[in-house]
Ligand binder design. Structure first.
Ligand SMILES: Cc1cc2nc3c(=O)[nH]c(=O)nc-3n(C[C@H](O)[C@H](O)[C@H](O)COP(=O)(O)OP(=O)(O)OC[C@H]3O[C@@H](n4cnc5c(N)ncnc54)[C@H](O)[C@@H]3O)c2cc1C
Length: 402
């Protein structure tokens, strides 16, 4: 394909922002149009549950790039314009107002939306989710010191919001239906350590307790847990994950399963249409996975930029992720199965690192307040070198010497 064919990007989040920059740096000179349903230039979502929710980050700092950046790159940015359909035969997309935009290559970067709790009546006030800047602003404006908040869901976003609300002076109770928080993704010692951070500051975390009923008339007033306790509260925050925005792709007949299925170049079942970021489901280590992380948005944006510009595909790197709760930083690299056996390297004080070995090689690591360990762990995962567990657990031996 000639690099002059127009690229249209649906969505304006982390992945889209990465793609436009990477396309230009790879030498793509054609027309680029970025169309986003939200009325804001691409912004960082991680601070929404952390510093932005706490009111510690000015709104300008949320933007991934300033407006001049898109002008300099000659990117046409259309904000507040949800795309309503993809016409593959005509190679165009339709906007809500009926406008058609033609594409040579189309990239779907529509991310996802917060998953709702079906028990919550429509239009009930005092109920929040957290996916967008507007959600974070609405939540911050609706809580107050002493506000009693029930937070459903003990995943990363839920726990980060719980920590921030606690720091804002709220009384926070987290309900997690599974028998532990972060059950699918964190090593048990890491999860235990994080729970201790919450309980130390007066946050309550109840595992093995789901939601049976939501009470209140027009306004939320209480949750009845799966074991029958009524917890009266002022606000409800639902943090039970997200649903990929793959409906446009499904309606256009593209293969979808837990997101939009893509190949190693992030091409969908139509080779002129790509999908990147949270909405894309791609093969990683033999499994078809949909990752929700900044790193994944950046990696997939770079992969598609190279494909469109005719450059070599960037070398695959192990996925990584971070989470901040109170003053605790968790950094993770690589993927481990839910039932992984972890090798624990104790640290002093609040530091802790866990390693997952597959066939004697470090395949994943999770480090709490241990930035130095994490830097080494990233290199160990990338190198795929054999290592014996005793070397990892010997805290007298500096990890970097490995
Ligand atoms: C509260 C929160 C905290 C997080 N914390 C971390 C963290 O600490 N570390 C980490 O690695 N990751 C974190 N993440 C995840 C990370 O932010 C996401 O993985 C990343 O933003 C995904 O980028 P994306 O571009 O794929 O999707 P998004 O950022 O969701 O962007 C998609 C955009 O597409 C738009 N869109 C959707 N449908 C249409 C349509 N039909 N037409 C036009 N536009 C459309 C949406 O409005 C949105 O603006 C966090 C996410 C959240 C919500």
């Amino acid at each position: 394909m000639s690099s002059a064919q127009p690229v249209v990007i649906i969505g304006g989040g982390q992945a889209a922002a990465q793609l436009v920059g990477s396309l230009r740096s790879q030498g793509y000179t054609g027309r680029i149009t970025l169309i986003c349903g939200e009325n804001t230039l691409p912004y960082h979502r991680p601070p929404l549950s952390k510093k932005y929710l706490l009111g510690q980050l000015p709104v300008e700092k949320l933007l991934i790039r300033k407006p001049e950046y898109y002008q300099r790159l000659d990117v046409r940015v259309m904000l507040g314009c949800p795309v309503s359909a993809i016409d593959r035969a005509a190679r165009s997309v339709a906007l809500d107002d009926g406008t058609q935009v033609d594409y040579g290559r189309l990239v779907i970067a529509t991310g996802g939306r917060a998953r709702g709790l079906s028990l919550v009546p429509e239009h009930m006030t005092g109920v929040h989710h957290l996916r967008s800047k507007a959600d974070a602003e609405a939540l911050r404006a609706d809580v107050f010191p002493g506000c009693r908040v029930v937070l459903v869901g003990g995943g990363y976003v839920g726990l980060e919001v719980a920590a921030s609300l606690r720091m804002l002076g709220c009384e926070v109770t987290v309900l997690e239906a599974q028998d532990r928080v972060l059950g699918r993704s964190a090593a048990p010692p890491i999860a235990e350590h994080l729970v201790a951070c919450h309980t130390r500051t007066g946050g309550r975390i109840h595992c093995g307790r789901g939601v049976r009923e939501i009470r209140g008339g027009a306004a939320f007033s209480a949750v009845v847990t799966s074991d029958g306790e009524e917890i009266a509260a002022d606000r409800l925050v639902v943090g039970i994950g997200m649903t990929p925005n793959s409906e446009l792709a499904e309606a256009a007949g593209l293969a979808c399963e837990n997101g939009i299925v893509v190949d190693e170049n992030c091409r969908t079942s139509d080779p002129d249409i790509h999908a990147i970021g949270d909405v894309a489901c791609r093969s990683i280590g033999g499994d078809c996975l949909r990752l929700e992380s900044v790193d994944n948005a950046i990696q997939t944006g770079n992969i598609v930029a190279a494909d469109i510009a005719g450059a070599d595909r960037p070398a695959a790197t192990a996925p990584w992720f971070w989470s901040d709760q109170y003053d605790t930083k968790l950094q993770m690299v690589g993927l481990a199965p839910a039932n992984a056996q972890w090798v624990v390297r104790p640290g002093d004080g609040d530091r802790l690192s866990c390693f997952y070995l597959r066939d004697g090689r470090v395949a994943a690591a999770q480090c709490l307040n241990a930035g130095g360990d994490f830097m080494v762990a990233k290199r160990l995962v990338a190198a795929g070198r054999s290592i014996c567990p005793e070397q990892l657990t010997d805290s007298a031996m500096a990890l970097r010497d490995l």
